[in-house]
Design a protein. Sequence first.
Length: 51
Amino acid sequence: RVAGTGKPGKDGIGGDPLRAGLNRPHGVFVAADGTLYITDSYNHRVLKIVH
């Protein structure tokens, strides 16, 4: 697990990715620099996770 709590929601943005509430995550993209992008469909956003 790299992001999300396992429960639907939208809390935890701007902090620990494991505390971010996702609601219907759908797509994942990994950039060349290792940055991870996750589409959070029902929250209408894209989360960016920098490692």
